[in-house]
Design a protein around this ligand. Structure first.
Ligand SMILES: Nc1nc2c(c(=O)[nH]1)N[C@H]1C(S)=C(S)[C@@H](COP(=O)(O)OP(=O)(O)OC[C@H]3O[C@@H](n4cnc5c(N)ncnc54)[C@H](O)[C@@H]3O)O[C@H]1N2
Ligand code: MOO
Length: 406
């Protein structure tokens, strides 16, 4: 008697299941330079003002504006230069009326000065300077607190820390930040046919690529990926490989060995050990598994490379981003016109690899629906979503896209 298929879970329901598996990551204080892509766990208050002191925006001369009124090419104003103030000078020497201090960009403006004359408007004198143009009061001064006032909230809890935010927080003197730490993801590929890239390939063997893709996808969102050497279709080898690493990770991702064949190593090893196997109504990515093995949350992805990648994209990526506290768990969605007709199986949500051209508003399917078509995936920038109740999309039909690359 043929195996009767149990009803497949919907994409949305399975996404919620995987989301619930991955717990929120703990809050830690991490060095500011290690926080790229992480999320602030508390509001940040400015411990100092920015700029912290009045300083010059130009290389030139600090003066009193009244002393240079009426300066021109024909009638330059000459002032004695009594001090030289490079950036970093920390002692304070007031400017006396009728004198100038030579000053560099970023150096503190001396008390008494209210204006900076840029060097190009002078003869660059060292002991005395001739000024050839009038300068308006306050020119080229960067005032204390003009950017940030001390004690104000400058970034809110929940802010994603990109280069501008990190540079700014460093400028405030913050050496470490309260963030949800990176998820540590353990990755294990399975399959006796797999060979590491760089090694010779015997007939019947293929290069192992899933772990490279999944690890890169984990790192792209700010996670820490640890890739184990792939295991053959041997349950004991799988247990032995996993055992030493179960403790220090937040999630285990396996690929392969979850469908209906005779050598399904992941299913054989983990079914009954806290991991449940099921079918999801999606193509690619039908056979899936999830659960907790020896205390470690596990997601078992199907082995076909596009299936594994899409399963990560649809189910695991949003769960990890949410656990990191990221507000932006979903890919940008756009609507476009299909450049050619497509078919899709009834009752399954299909994700076709595609190329979205924002200029024309068209989505071009790249390659077919097959879950082995890696070259097409590598040339795609979007996933074309064909809903469960749609079996045919006509040329020019309206489609929804997930934008996955620029
Ligand atoms: N009788 C059935 N057969 C299959 C079904 C089914 O429902 N009934 N489902 C098919 C679908 S859909 C998928 S997806 C695959 C999933 O199978 P597994 O998870 O058991 O994956 P494997 O059989 O181990 O591998 C599938 C395919 O992918 C290649 N592979 C595996 N791992 C890697 C890797 N790390 N790097 C590169 N390529 C990899 C492997 O060589 C196979 O060609 O099952 C279908 N079959
Ligand atoms: O569901 Mo499989 O993942 O289509 O190739």
């Amino acid at each position: 008697m043929p195996n009767t298929a149990t009803r497949a879970r919907s994409v949305d329901s399975y996404r919620a299941t995987v989301d619930a598996l991955v717990t929120d990551l703990p809050i830690e204080r991490l060095p500011v330079g290690d926080c790229l892509g992480l999320v602030l766990a508390e509001d940040v208050t400015a411990p100092i003002a920015l700029p912290p002191f009045d300083n010059s925006a130009m290389d030139g001369y600090a003066v009193r504006s009244v002393d240079v009124v009426g300066a021109s090419e024909e009638a330059p104003v000459e002032l004695p230069v009594s001090e030289d103030i490079p950036a970093g000078r920390t002692d304070v020497v007031p400017l006396l009326p009728g004198t100038a201090h030579r000053i560099m960009t970023g150096a503190p403006v001396p008390p008494g000065a209210d204006t900076v004359v840029q060097v190009e408007l002078t003869d660059s004198g060292v002991d005395k300077v001739r000024i050839f143009a009038p300068v308006s009061l306050g020119a080229h001064l960067r005032r204390t607190g003009e950017d940030v006032r001390e004690g104000t909230t400058v970034l809110d809890k929940g802010t994603v820390l990109g280069p501008p935010q990190l540079g700014f927080l460093a400028a405030l003197g913050l050496s470490d930040l309260p963030v949800r730490r990176r998820p540590r993801v353990l990755i294990l590929s399975t399959g006796t046919e797999l060979v590491e890239p760089g090694q010779p390939l015997a007939p019947g063997q293929i290069y192992e690529s899933n772990s490279v893709h999944i690890a890169a996808a984990v790192r792209e969102i700010g996670g820490v990926a640890r890739v184990l050497r792939s295991v053959p279709d041997d349950v004991d080898a799988l247990y032995r490989t996993l055992q030493p690493h179960l403790k220090d990770h937040d999630l285990l991702i396996t690929t392969g060995g979850v469908s209906a064949g005779a050598y399904e190593v992941v299913k054989d090893a983990l079914a009954g050990e806290g991991v449940e196997f099921l079918k999801v109504a999606v193509q690619p990515g039908g056979p899936q598994g999830y659960g907790t093995y020896m205390g470690l949350p596990v997601v078992t992805l199907p082995g076909n490379p596009v299936s594994a990648a899409l399963s990560f994209e649809l189910f695991v990526r949003p769960a990890l981003l949410r656990a990191m506290g990221r507000p932006d768990v979903d890919r940008p969605v756009v609507r476009a016109k299909a450049s050619s007709a497509m078919t899709s199986p009834a009752g399954k949500r299909q994700y076709r690899r595609g190329f979205y051209d924002a200029g024309s508003g068209r989505a071009v399917p790249v390659g077919g629906p097959g879950s082995h078509l890696l070259a097409a995936f590598a040339k795609s920038n979007c996933l074309i979503e064909i809903p469960e109740d749609v079996t045919e999309v006509p040329e020019g039909g309206d489609v929804r896209l997930l934008v996955i690359a620029p």
